[in-house]
Design a protein around this ligand. Structure first.
Ligand code: PXP
Length: 241
């Protein structure tokens, strides 16, 4: 079986920095440690309200990182302009609502579908790999293909909630398995992310056909106690099947 790639999301290093309006802790420093420790890519989400990552973070991380940067953006004109200018190797298009605490669900692929299609076209033409963050729905997988995305990232929030609450999660795993299977069958690269912990990452790693996990909040939180190196190494081990 192929190795699952680990994308490390460092947004919450910026959250801690911004809480005090200082210039530390540095997201770039976190990105470089993650790179050295074996992360396959670094993810940052430049939100419309800039609540964690800022434009200056994007610039400095792009300039210094050797592994691919995965930029998460909402499907807006402003983010299109920024992505086209900065040319991150990977882009993941995500839904965004100002008042949400985090990205609460997958994209609505039927909302401003023509703009979404054009956005994907423009980003791909600019040499970025384009992924769509979606629910594990067969319909959305098919639509992602029609929109000509390279990849889909399956939102694992529901699965992780069920696991965290000690509830039955088998049905959700089956939903994810079916979505991953269809994605692979029709030529999409399948990724997964949101809410993953050591336990849920381990459970999810048994699903065939998922090539990349993107993990942030738990990983950064755990690093407070264990350090970034150790936490990344532990995730690496857990997801190596
Ligand atoms: N993947 C996507 C597309 C996301 O939007 C997020 C959250 O920003 C993650 C993965 C990481 O989720 P978490 O921070 O809960 O690990």
């Amino acid at each position: 079986m192929s190795r699952i790639r680990l994308g490390v999301n460092i947004d919450h290093v910026a959250t801690i920095r911004n809480a005090r309006g200082e210039n530390y802790p540095s997201p770039l420093r976190a990105a470089l440690i993650a790179q050295k420790t074996g992360a396959d890519s670094i993810t940052i989400h430049l939100r419309e309200d800039r609540r964690h990552i800022k434009d200056s973070d994007l610039k400095i991380i792009m300039a210094n990182l050797k592994i691919p940067l995965n930029l998460e953006i909402a499907a807006t004109q402003e983010m299109q302009r920024i992505a086209l200018k900065n040319k991150p190797p990977y882009i993941c298009i995500v839904p965004e609502r100002r008042k949400e605490i985090t990205t609460e669900g997958g994209l609505n692929l039927n909302y401003r579908k023509n703009f979404l299609k054009k956005l994907i076209f423009n980003l791909k033409k600019n040499n970025s790999r384009v992924s769509l963050f979606i629910e594990p729905s067969l319909k959305d997988i098919k639509t992602a293909k029609q929109l000509n995305a390279d990849c889909v990232e399956i939102h694992t929030g529901r699965l992780c909630n069920l696991i965290n609450l000690g509830k039955k999660y088998k049905k959700e795993i089956v939903r994810i398995k079916k979505a991953a299977h269809l994605g692979n069958k029709i030529g999409l690269e399948v990724h997964a992310g949101h809410g993953l912990t050591y336990r849920s990452a381990k459970i999810l790693s048994s699903v065939k056909g998922i090539k990349e996990f993107n993990i942030g909040h738990f990983l950064i939180g755990e690093s407070i106690f264990e350090g970034l190196n150790k936490t990344i190494r532990k995730f690496r081990k857990i997801i190596s099947r």
